[in-house]
Ligand binder design. Sequence first.
Ligand code: NDP
Ligand code: MG
Length: 382
Amino acid sequence: MKKVALLGSTGSIGTQSLEVIEKHGLQVTALAAHSNAELLAAQAKKFHPEAVCIFDPAKVEQLETMLMGEHIEVLCGMDGLCEIAQAESTEVLLNSVVGMVGLLPTLKAIEAGHDIALANKETLVAGGSLVMKNAAEKGVKIYPIDSEHSAIFQSLQGNSMNRIRKIILTASGGPFFGKTREELLHVRAADALKHPNWDMGNKITIDSATMMNKGLEFIEAKWLFDLTPDQIEIVVHRQSVLHSAVEYEDCAVIGQMGVPDMKIPIQYALLYPERVECPTRPLSLTDYGTLTFEKPDYDTFDCLRCAIDAITEGGLRPAIVNGANEEAVGHFLRDEIGFLEIGELVRAAMDHVKGGEVTCYEEVLEADQAARAYVRERMTKK
Ligand code: NDP
Ligand code: MG
């Protein structure tokens, strides 16, 4: 019975992870959320963790009241997340919080020697070099949950001796693929929140619409699989059936297919290397009939170009792009800026915020905060 601490348990990935955990009888050592105290309390009563953490201090009292008599420790804020991440009773930290706020708990879990099942892509985008270096030093394994990275990880099995020519990172293209910038001028949050294939949290749904999500995944892939940017090819595949693939030296391409359901990669990350029944449905290729593959449109979806430029330049650039994007997406979700302004703000932050090398967490945090502050400052001048 693997012992799992789950950060972001009330979200899209978090709730699906609990379904997988329940199906296979894994043990939950801790749960954490931002502010959804009701759902967190209900999950805690069902899974009996040792501790729960609510990030928002205003919700602590409510959570404590709901968990009265349950003998579950109630923690709060970043200190609480880090305490959970390091707890001795944990074997795997499943990190499915949204945003770069997940970086420090990931680093703490690695320090404690716990393996990581990672959905929180912003962690690798902002601090990939630190995470991978520390994990290698500690002998900690990082199991990807993002479906594309899980597909690559699955396609690498049994091939450790073979050289990768490139990886094919597939992208659904989001709800606006094929549109021109003119057509996207008046897009609002409600339009962008309608994703054709996946039901996800709001932030990643907007990232999918701008295709920043694929840019973040490009950076995530670079770190997870030790690739150079020119070894990663983004291919738009509208049906989200081929979740990504690896091309080897002999030009053989090995990919992983399945229905678009995150429970498959979540389960693979938690039960690796076992393949057992999963609470999902099988793939019927004949129901799909046709699978299509196209080139991305980097001019319309300029966020994608920003992310690739950032990782090509390296250092703190990806942390700046990520911080500016998190901030800009927040403004877009509140209908304070237009859809195309997200990419414009990210590019402006990239051009104006000081970069440099990454040697420690504090530098990443500083770059992240400088990028957010830059976007906020631009907003006040609007
Ligand atoms: P959601 O918005 O659905 O859920 C986010 C979760 O994180 C919630 O439980 C939220 O709590 C919690 N959270 C947010 N901030 C904090 C914080 N400061 N401290 C503690 N908990 C926090 O997001 P998703 O599940 O969609 O995405 C999670 C991550 O996984 C993202 O990085 C995303 O890019 C990645 N991912 C998601 C996929 C998907 O299909 N959804 C696919 C691949 C990757 P609360 O409910 O209280 O706000
Ligand atoms: Mg993905």
